[in-house]
Design a protein around this ligand. Structure first.
Ligand SMILES: Cc1ncc(COP(=O)(O)OP(=O)(O)O)c(N)n1
Ligand code: 3NM
Ligand code: MG
Length: 209
């Protein structure tokens, strides 16, 4: 079974940044997390930069890549390891030019083979497919099936991320289909026993898939 790792995304707002930083440190210390995406939707730039400054040392000290959602300019300003771009968030070629060869650039591809191949050609480091399951975190307009992960993994070396409603209970088919990363919000931050337990549960489910 190919290796699959956890990709954590922050909740959409962080009203208590200090408290969140503590929770994040405990969650990252609980198990294997490959990357953390700072996804603060509709927040002012200064709040996003403040959050990045607080969370970057926690992530990077644990070898967890910090990726900025949506905004390549803020990724650069905040010293992030990369950026995640949706289809309306800018051009991966421009992001590469701005952030450099070492940066990680991910692109949302919904359930589209065409968008994924286009992202790969534009120099993305991963393509993200979703949503695989119903999610309360965001209103989604696209639904993906595990077959797209199977097809991608068979055809291309470039890593693929699965996202959308993924939990420890439903992730096995995505791991078996070839997802390199599972990106989650609720499965960790809304875990009934807390985020550290959420990371442990996801790690265990991935390993058992
Ligand atoms: C890993 C990952 N995959 C997909 C998304 C969704 O990005 P996007 O379509 O730009 O939507 P928003 O996150 O900006 O609401 C993501 N953020 N991360
Ligand atoms: C940010 C995001 N993007 C999606 C997509 O389908 O592109 S689904 C999603 C929300 C992921 O949160 P949860 O793990 O709580 O479902
Ligand atoms: Mg976006």
């Amino acid at each position: 079974m190919p290796e699959c790792r956890l990709y954590l995304i922050t909740p959409p707002a962080l009203p208590d940044l200090t408290g969140f930083a503590d929770s994040l440190a405990r969650a990252l210390d609980a198990g294997d997390v490959a990357a953390l995406q700072l996804r603060l939707k509709d927040q002012p730039d200064d709040a996003v930069l403040r959050a990045a400054a607080a969370l970057r040392p926690i992530a990077q000290a644990r070898d967890v890549a910090l990726l900025m959602n949506d905004r390549m300019d803020l990724a650069k300003q905040a010293g992030c390891d990369g950026v995640h771009l949706g289809q309306g968030d800018g051009d991966p070629v421009a992001a590469r030019k701005l952030l450099g060869a070492e940066a990680t650039i991910g692109v949302t591809c919904h359930a589209s083979r065409h968008l994924a191949m286009e992202a790969g050609e534009a120099g993305a480091d991963y393509v993200a497919f979703g949503a695989f399951f119903p999610t309360g975190t965001k209103q989604v307009q696209h639904q993906a099936e595990p077959e797209i992960l199977e097809w991608w993994a068979e055809m291309f070396e470039l890593p693929c991320v699965a996202i959308g409603g993924i939990t420890a209970a439903n992730c096995a088919p995505l791991v078996r289909a070839g997802a390199d990363f599972l990106a989650v919000v609720g499965a960790v931050w809304s875990h009934p026993e807390g985020p550290a337990a959420g990371v442990r549960a996801m790690n265990a489910a991935i390993a058992a898939a």
